[in-house]
Write a protein that binds this ligand. Structure first.
Ligand code: ZN
Length: 279
């Protein structure tokens, strides 16, 4: 299934895509894509309902993030060897982990708003993994039983704040609109073949990131198992799994984001985002 949330920001309703790709409003059945409604078991049961029995959402309605503001957004850094190389860091022996503020999350096509003192905002297209049930200390073998599904994310990062403002990457990752998520949450049963999928980003029509999920250093089950050693993961938590080569930061003259830039990014089968950079 492809789960979606639509409507004005803060007033989104839950929906699903039907077999024709049309958005169906399931708010008569559930309040939101959160809590027990993200558990793999509940989703498997719900997927037996014929989506076309639900009313159509209004045409051209805004698409929100596919889950509401999560308890936490946990990010893995340097998880593609080519990206680690371009940043000058060694390939890590354990996942590099940092937090992104949940308030950074926004819809997949909402504008990315540059904060007042931001001068070096950069892009990072990533596979997001959305947790489906309360989990701690899970093994790699069982890790996928805790996952609701996957989505496209852009881990917008202010490089000046990341490296020259006293440390801790979370400072650079957490401004409003710095985490566009969606358009959909695609449930795990539809994403069995993750490794073959292309992940890409275009800025103003030029391809800047172009890789494959098969190049992840730490796989999704490894990441989930690793994180759950240190913290409890809850339904709706969002895990960002790292970005491939091609960010602005390591160009000789980085072309950081400016108002008017247009970013498109996506992952094969998980949809794409289309965002305008604005003040
Ligand atoms: Zn990232």
């Amino acid at each position: 299934m492809k789960l979606i949330r639509f409507g004005d920001s803060g007033k989104e309703r839950p929906g699903v895509l039907d077999t024709n790709g049309l958005v169906r409003d399931v708010s008569s059945r559930i309040q939101d894509w959160s809590g027990e409604h993200l558990s793999p078991k509940w989703l498997a049961d719900f997927s037996k309902t014929d989506a076309s029995t639900f009313p159509l959402a209004p045409a051209d309605v805004r698409v929100g993030s596919p889950v509401p503001m999560p308890g936490k957004i946990v990010c893995v850094g340097l998880n593609y060897a080519d990206h680690a190389a371009e940043t000058g860091f060694d390939v890590p022996s354990e996942p590099v982990v940092f937090f992104k503020s949940p308030t950074a999350m926004t819809g997949p096509n909402d504008p990315i708003r540059l904060p007042k003192t931001a001068r070096a905002a950069d892009w990072e297209v990533e596979l997001a993994c959305i947790i489906g049930r309360s989990t701690t200390n899970i093994s790699e073998d069982d890790a996928m039983t805790a996952v609701a599904g996957f989505a496209v994310a852009n881990d917008i990062t202010e490089r000046e704040w990341q490296f020259n403002r006293g440390g801790q990457w979370s400072k650079s990752k957490s401004a409003d609109t710095f985490a566009p998520l969606g358009p959909w949450l695609v449930t795990t049963d539809e994403v069995a073949d993750l490794a073959s999928r292309r992940i890409w980003l275009e800025k103003n029509g030029a391809v800047r990131q172009n890789s494959s999920l098969g190049k992840l250093i730490f796989s999704v089950p490894q990441i989930i198992a690793h994180l759950s050693e240190f913290m409890r993961l809850l339904p709706g938590d969002v895990i960002l799994t790292g970005t491939p080569h091609g960010v602005a930061y390591n160009k000789k003259e980085p072309d950081y984001l400016k108002p008017g830039d247009v970013i498109r990014c996506g992952i094969e089968g998980l949809g794409e985002q289309h965002t305008l950079v604005a003040f």
